[in-house]
Write a protein that binds this ligand. Structure first.
Ligand code: ADP
Length: 485
């Protein structure tokens, strides 16, 4: 991997704690593998609670001075960091592709997307406005100021090894917090590369630490039990989110949670079918179906069901599967064999209950964790895929008759992250966008993520928003000041 990089120093293999590159206290380490080839690309330190506590202590110390800077001063460092990320987009994309498996073009796209949060929130650092409120008595003056919450701990998944971190540390650092990141053990290298560039950009020692560790629950406990940590920000499954919320309760810690989804993708009779297929390709198959906003249930109205199914099958059939570092493919491998087994189970369950495989349906001839992009028709509510996120390249097509029916089905889930629908009638568009119980709705589009909009879910899909000026609020405390004159 090192030989593929223009700047090999971006491939850091030590943990970054309190401004220093360290090994684990007990000397242990773990392997990072390339899911496309199965080979080991690096070993990184397997840190525990002691090193994590040191990172937290250093963060608390550094945070005061960082918060005392003006927004413009913090913005200058973040701008430099953004510029360095973009200048090194190719190398960062290569590292990401190697450890996670998404195609190189998609990996580079994620770097630009991830960097955009550093740019956007850096600019926003200057706009942490408070409020004045007319006093409730003649001698009273009321002001509300906003202050950084303090030390923030972060736990992130492997599916966006760069962007899931930047959209948390972007606002945190912009408002004057310090940040301790624990990236997924599958993908620590992108996080470490970010820290290399952060250090070069001038982030003070301790403001950003990266805890590489396979001991996820130990690190989670230190984050929740250490009294210095004031906020936990997490992206991952609802299951783990619940555990962390319970643990965080003992300290009444503020939490941001970006959890699982079960996105409906609805195609109405009056939709532009080509546009709907294009949207489904992006929303269902981006990152091989491994995103929390991926379409999980595709509902197609009776009148266009067969036409849509055929167009989608044809579009998916044209896609190339392979090793993103070698070939210009649209589909990489799945993250590991557990993911392959889950996809297989969902397909087996669906076909046993009457669904038909019109494309794919099995492991790919490339072997390993490669899987054939799959389209299923005749999918019904009794099938596992209705209630569980598949997190793989399987497009299950449900048939529906009426608007009321599909809204009821779309909302019949504990999740409420992203949803999508395609239609042209303006009355229908307005009704459906208001009726969907989701934090985000894509209307006639399958791609909704951007740093300028509030990303987040309702119901058991999470708490808080990332991106946009609302994303800043998650890292700020308001303080009400009552002055008697
Ligand atoms: P995913 O399926 O995307 O890996 P998870 O919710 O299992 O979703 O994991 C998200 C992140 O949370 C990963 O970095 C994982 O290592 C971490 N994690 C899993 N269990 C725990 C836990 N009990 N405490 C803290 N972190 C955890």
């Amino acid at each position: 991997l090192r030989s593929l990089l223009k700047d090999p120093s971006l491939l850091a293999t030590k943990a970054y704690v309190a401004g220093e590159w360290i090994d684990a206290d007990d000397g242990t380490s773990f392997e990072v593998t390339n899911p496309a080839r199965g080979d080991v690309i690096a070993r990184v330190p397997n840190l525990g609670r002691a090193e994590t506590a040191r990172a937290i202590a250093a963060a608390a110390k550094a945070q005061k001075e960082w918060a005392a800077r003006t927004g413009k001063e913090r913005a200058a460092v973040m701008r430099k960091w953004f510029d360095l990320m973009m200048a090194n987009q190719d190398d960062l994309g290569t590292i990401l592709c190697a450890e996670m498996g998404k195609p190189l073009a998609e990996a580079k796209g994620e770097i630009a997307y991830g960097a955009s949060f550093i740019e956007w929130f850096g600019e926003e650092a200057k706009r942490v406005y408070g409020e004045t409120i007319p006093g409730h008595q003649r001698d009273k003056r009321i002001t509300v100021i906003k202050q950084p919450i303090g030390v923030v701990a972060s736990i992130t998944p492997w599916n966006f090894p760069n962007a899931m971190i930047t959209r948390k540390c972007g606002p945190a650092l912009a408002v004057g917090c310090a940040f301790v990141a624990r990236p997924a053990s599958e993908t620590p290298l992108s996080a470490l590369a970010l820290a290399v560039l952060g250090e070069r950009a001038g982030l003070p020692a301790g403001i950003l630490s990266v805890i590489t560790s396979e001991r996820a629950s130990d690190i989670g406990k230190e984050f929740c039990e250490n009294p210095v940590v004031r906020k936990l920000t997490f992206t991952g499954s609802t299951e783990v989110g619940r555990i962390l919320l319970r643990q965080a309760a003992d300290q009444v810690m503020k939490c941001s949670m970006e959890l699982g989804g079960n996105a409906p993708f609805i195609v109405f009779d009056d939709a532009d079918l080509d546009k709907a297929v294009e949207g489904a390709m992006i929303s269902k198959f981006r990152n091989n179906g491994q995103t929390c906003v991926c379409a999980n249930r595709i509902y197609v109205q009776s009148g266009v069901y067969d036409a849509f199914a055929e167009k989608l099958r044809a579009a998916v059939a044209k896609s190339q599967v392979g090793d993103g570092l070698k070939d210009p493919v649209q589909f990489g491998p799945l993250i590991n064999m557990d993911a392959v087994e889950k996809v297989e189970e969902h397909i087996a369950d669906a076909t046993a209950k009457g669904a038909k495989v019109v494309l794919g349906g099995a492991r790919h001839e490339l072997g390993g964790s490669f899987f054939q992009p799959t389209v299923l028709t005749g999918v019904t509510d009794e099938m596992t895929v209705t209630n569980e996120e598949t997190f793989g390249p399987v497009a299950p097509l449900f048939r529906f008759e009426t608007e009321e029916e599909v809204i009821e089905k779309a909302n019949a889930t504990i999740f409420g992250l992203a949803s999508y629908f395609f239609a042209r009638d303006i009355g229908r568009i307005t009704r459906v966008q208001e009726a969907l119980e989701y934090g985000m709705v894509g209307v006639n589009t399958g791609l909704i993520s951007t740093e300028v909009a509030p990303f987040g879910g309702v119901k058991q899909s999470g708490l808080g928003r990332e991106g946009s000026h609302h994303g800043m609020e998650d890292y700020l405390e308001m303080k009400y000041i009552c002055l008697s004159i």
